[in-house]
Design a protein around this ligand. Sequence first.
Ligand code: PMV
Length: 324
Amino acid sequence: MSSTATASAHANIALIKYWGNRDADLRLPVSGSISMNLGDLNTRTRVTFDSTLGGDTLTLNGQPQGGPGLERVRLLLERVRTLGGIEHFASVVSENNFPMGAGIASSAAAFAALSVAASAAAGLDLPERDLSRLARTGSGSACRSVPAGFVEWHPGTGHEDSYAVSIAPPDHWDLADCIAVVSAEHKATGSTQGHALASTSPLQQARVDAAPQRLEKCRAAIQQRVFAALAEVVELDSNLMHAVMMTSTPPLLYWHPPTIAIMHAVQRWRGQGIPACYTIDAGPNVHVLTEQSYAAEVERRLRKIQGVKDVLVAVPGGPARILP
Ligand code: PMV
């Protein structure tokens, strides 16, 4: 006996970052965050619960996986089995359309697609907020890849009320994310380990204390579509997160020389009247946000900077969804 479902989800870029957990097992964050789904970066995942399987299996871009990657998927499948009253193991087959090893975080899209596919294959018809909570337990930022467009994750007080909601649909604002790939290497310290170090930085408390004000500014900038206001708060928030990373014990320094060259260039371009701002996740690649009418020019300029290996361009994307 078997039951199967396929789902797809987009990666997302945090405009206001998530860094640090109150509860590491449930991935309950110390503060809220806001992101934009990246419409052109997708993960597609098929889940099949099958009575003939002797254990859960995971295939990623054609490669069978074991170890910690499989264990993380297994934990999420356990939650779905409990919710759906299912005893069978599952096979999970997942593919990314964006280059693997390009240093683009794939866990958000992966756990959002897995949550939607696994719950459907288990016969569950979960509302969006429950899918978002489920995805959060696999990778915190994955809860933001469940709803559409521009998304806010409310930190909540526990598992029940910590989930993400859409604050504006994808077509609300014609933004583009030009992702400058400067290193394709796998990062030395992943975000799960990184979250655990955040509280060792003397700067983390100040960052967390003022997060509500930054969230408010970012929400307003999105709602009113004011690029200059968005740029100011997005760069401030990214700099604050990296200041925490650099001052943790042990310190995390994700920037490479081209990362800093791009930061300077983006600020110079803004001075020349180009709407552009940078934000950087737990790696050396730089996301340069701009308006869609400037995306080709920003991409062209990024490609000229020494050390930029590739540029991916994405526009605001829709929700995680079941595929027919
Ligand atoms: O969801 P995680 O555990 O991969 O954490 C994501 C952390 C950042 O990408 C650095 C910030 C964010 O809010 O996405």
